[in-house]
Design a protein around this ligand. Structure first.
Ligand code: B1M
Length: 209
């Protein structure tokens, strides 16, 4: 019966309409970021593995991603209640790189950074190198965050870093996404590697205080 299902199971099965209710229930005992890290991400990892093994297909992958979005909408509203959104500690540009439409992670990072009082210019997903470069330049941005989730799109991340740095040598760049490692981040000339949203906040604090 659906009533006894855990949030993870709801996500893996893609039962979208149950996600908000179960998330609200969990919020009675846990904080929002804990639910992201201990429920949403592990569930998506299971979905990713099953997809890779050919046990589920693209429509189910999409359904699970939409279920997570429903759950995250509840968590985002909760975080906004306790946040520091009225002050601005610094302006950060975020984008998922060209060729990549995965934006759940970027959106989590965005929400948490906003929660800590940073102003975010969110360029969305599948963003070209030139668009990133232009926005960084036009707004004199000190910190840019790039996300990439696929082995194929980390190449575009590397290219974006190169193009941004050519014209904006003072802009610092942090990168994140499941396929990245600290070594790889260094290799593609990123200034910082963030393994999760908390890391991203620590980096922003270092730069803006
Ligand atoms: Co896709 N997908 N997907 N997918 N998908 C992966 C990434 C994959 C690993 C699944 C698999 O096969 N195991 C695989 C990539 C293989 C590879 O390259 N090694 C894959 C594939 C192949 C594809 C398609 C090609 C499938 C197809 O069409 N045949 C296609 C790609 C389309 C494209 O981009 N051009 C595709 C599509 C999709 C959906 C649209 C269905 C959906 C995305 C929906 C959306 O994002 N709006 C989807 C999903 C959901 C996944 C998995 C299951 C989950 C990704 C996710 O959201 N994780 C994923 C498998 C997996 O990761 N386990 C998979 C949760 C998220 C919170 O984690 O993004 O890592 P993550 O973010 C973390 C940290 O990494 C970090 O903080 C976040 C919070 O802790 N972080 C940052 C991330 N960005 C950061 C930026 C920062 C700082 C920290 O600073 C800027």
């Amino acid at each position: 019966a659906i009533e006894t299902m855990e949030l993870e199971e709801i996500i893996v099965k893609g039962i979208k309409k149950e996600a908000a209710k179960l998330t609200k229930k969990l919020l009675a005992e846990k904080d929002a970021l804990e639910i992201v890290n201990n429920h949403l991400i592990p569930a998506l990892d299971i979905v990713g593995e099953r997809y890779e093994e050919g046990k589920i297909f693209l429509p189910q992958l999409v359904q699970s991603a939409e279920t997570v979005k429903e759950a995250f909408a509840v968590l985002k509203a909760e975080m906004a209640k306790n946040g520091d959104e009225d002050i601005s500690r610094g302006e950060i540009v975020l984008a998922t790189v060209k060729g990549d439409v995965h934006d759940i992670g970027k959106n989590i990072v965005k929400t948490v950074l906003e929660n800590y009082g940073y102003k975010i210019i969110d360029l969305g997903r599948n963003v070209s190198e030139n668009e990133v470069k232009k926005v960084v330049k036009d707004n004199n941005i000190k910190l840019l965050g790039l996300s990439a989730l696929m082995t194929t799109t980390v190449k575009n991340m590397e290219k974006t870093i190169q193009i941004v740095k050519e014209e904006n040598p003072d802009c610092l760049i942090m990168v994140g996404g499941a396929v990245l490692t600290p070594d790889y981040a260094e290799m593609i000339n990123a200034d910082y590697y963030a393994k999760d949203a908390k890391d991203a906040v620590e980096i922003a604090k270092k730069i803006f205080g």
